[in-house]
Design a protein. Sequence first.
Length: 375
Amino acid sequence: MKPALSLAKPWEKLTTEGNTRAYALLGLAVVEWCASRFEDSLKILTDNASLFDKITNCSTKGAYHSQLAMVLRKLMPSNEEGKCFNAILNHYEKADHHFKLAGNNVFRADVKNNLGFLLYKLSRFKEAHGYLEQARRLRVRVKDKVGVAQIDDTRAQVLIAEKKFKEAEPVARGAVRVLEKSGHQCLLADALITHGIAIARLKQTERAQFTFQKAIEVGHQVGALNKAGLAALTLIEELDELSADTLYAAYDRASEWLAKSQSQDILLRLNAAARKVFTNIRGELKPEVATETVFNTPCTFPLEVLKFEAGLIRQALAQANGSVTHAAHLLGMTYQGLAYVIGSRHHDLLKARSPIHRRVPKSKGVEAQGRSQSN
């Protein structure tokens, strides 16, 4: 008889207490976060909160609060940023406190950079620049060129949000130049996306497309498919003068590489990108070609639409853990509408939804109960 397979999570096999276990758990949480599995990262951190309360290593405690703030930021819906800000700020302040006690200026710079990023997302640009200047000074003090480039990438994003595209472009370009020489490919992919946005907003379409494609290649080469997916998604969002084939290829890659993302914002962005691709495909079809496509074989256009639709529904169901009610909310549909679409057009998705619980009429339920009691 074969022994039963262990279903324990990796961190459940870590029996050593103290700093060793805490450090290993932090590593696992970072891995999940980098793979955009934010809920899994959050579970590791919250399930082991008591352990991080007990340890005395200031750097590890600071890293815990910093990582927790970063995860909460990713899981925070864009329309609730203001409500969640205080909780995230509290964790960043605790992280900065512990890193200051540890004398770790590099990690303090990371915290201030992340705070600047959060404030920029809340459109509090002046405060964001203040934290980023503090972060940059700390990185320059320790002669950390890569760290300075990361902060410059954030600075460029803030300038883009302020519509200061001419100022943002050279800042983003400088960050890319440093990271190209550093070997930090994941950071390079992020910086290339920022630079691509700045160029696109300056209406330099061909140059922006080349930059986004380079970001896709960099992320793909190192297996950072979520980075490559974000680059493909941003290409769709930022560039309007692209062929239907290019848009379709970019969406195909983005939807595949971001399929396991647990970020609601990314799902909403994918939905918007799909609508843009649909509109573009329809616009490029001439009336006679559209008629031929619909009524003669092969019916390419309707099949492509169905594929897009199935992909969006599959992502929404995954995000909602199979709940049709929650998936319908994410897609902006009614429960009945989504249930009909799945049942009539996408039978293969029936296994992705949670089981249907049919309600028993009250009168029949009473009769059945009476029969079971009498037997």
